[in-house]
Design a binder for this molecule. Sequence first.
Ligand code: ADP
Ligand code: MG
Length: 232
Amino acid sequence: MNFDGSQVVIGRGAQAEVLRYHGYAYKVYKPTYPAEWIAFEKDQQTAVNQAGLCSVRYYDTDDEHIIKMDLIEGEELEKKVREGFLEGFDILAGAFRKVHEASVKGVLMPHLMDTAGMGLSMEETEEIFPIITRLCDTYPSCICHLDMHFLNIMLPRDGSEYQIIDWMNARIAPAVFDYARTHVIFDEFAKEAVDFYMKAVAADIAALGITDEDFHDAVKVCAVLRKKEKGE
Ligand SMILES: Nc1ncnc2c1ncn2[C@@H]1O[C@H](COP(=O)(O)OP(=O)(O)O)[C@@H](O)[C@H]1O
Ligand SMILES: [Mg+2]
């Protein structure tokens, strides 16, 4: 597809640029990014649309590296938090609850157990699989976003409810992994926010019966997976 020059960059990730163009958002991936992963992201979006967790629809274009999306007119929660909007942490906590409380019935999304091992060394597998197995046996599984942070929560300008975006990493898994993954992300990008984060989600983690030890074990798993993701 060809853009006519009126497109504006509105977002940027590691693998893609997001453009506003004629009333839609377009996610334009680097040509080196595997097309199968983009197809997978579209399937994930369909699953969360059906689960009622995000109303942004994805559409095919004539380029398999470009996804057309419904446009959210608004801003990332990140921007408001940077301006001192500490209620952002409560929105984050609410976003987790919303995702975890959704029904998994009929949701076509892989289970963490089935994908976590991809690309891991024998040593890494031996380190994290016993933990994943134990936690999956201990706690019920739900939808987990697994990349929940302020850049993936948008606040629409029209005042309607926040939208959780970027569902590529979402899996069926115990909620402890979702909370742990975000802990790893804050620890990496905004250490000063870790305490605010833990304070905001502590009651919900406790209400799920998650022990400190299990939380820390899940953090260990997520740290290994995150390292792999970054190619380290
Ligand atoms: N549908 C959309 N409408 C408006 N902005 C969007 C939309 N999707 C993504 N964005 C913007 O682009 C950024 C990157 O998009 P995202 O899907 O999170 O990609 P990445 O996987 O690279 O993080 C978001 O943080 C947001 O600012
Ligand atoms: Mg993102």
